[in-house]
Ligand binder design. Structure first.
Ligand code: 5GP
Ligand code: ZN
Length: 136
């Protein structure tokens, strides 16, 4: 647990939250600033800053829990689909530096998707970049 971390404090029950599920690995609670009704955060109890700081065991444990909570929301809410969002770094929109996964429920006919500015790239530029980024 990190002293000045709000999500550690919520996981420890020191700060109130609208918790919908918890176990020994993770806690799920409603986001106080929701993108849609039922917007939920799934947060590991272990304090790690972001995805690159989590070890494989933690990630292997957390992903099925995100799915479990998402399936529950889909069953209980008017919810036809959902976005999973996980921000890393302030430049990517991370504001709480304790790993967490957003589940944003969506409804058919409602506002959907998350808006990221994008524009088509040329095939040549994509091929050049892929060559540079190819992993061993
Ligand atoms: P991030 O921007 O880091 O990906 O997401 C952090 C999220 O945590 C935001 O959507 C924000 O609304 C939410 N949040 C921040 N403080 C609290 C809090 O004290 N309680 C709850 N339930 N959510 C919080
Ligand atoms: Zn923390």
């Amino acid at each position: 647990m990190k002293n000045d971390c709000i999500f550690c404090a919520i996981a420890a029950g020191e700060i109130p939250s609208c918790k919908i599920w918890e176990d020994d690995v993770a806690v799920a609670y409603l986001d106080i600033n929701p993108c849609s009704p039922g917007h939920t955060l799934v947060v590991p109890r272990e304090h790690v800053r972001g995805l690159l700081d989590a070890d494989d065991a933690l990630l292997a444990a957390i992903v099925p829990r995100v799915r479990k909570v998402a399936a529950h929301l889909k069953e209980k809410l008017p919810c036809d689909g959902f976005n999973i969002l996980q921000n890393n770094g302030a430049c990517a929109g991370q504001s709480v530096f304790h790993l967490h996964f957003h589940i944003v429920p969506r409804k058919d006919g409602g506002p959907g998707g998350l808006s990221f500015a994008s524009s088509p790239a040329s095939p040549a530029a994509l091929q050049e970049l892929a060559a540079r980024l190819k992993m061993d």
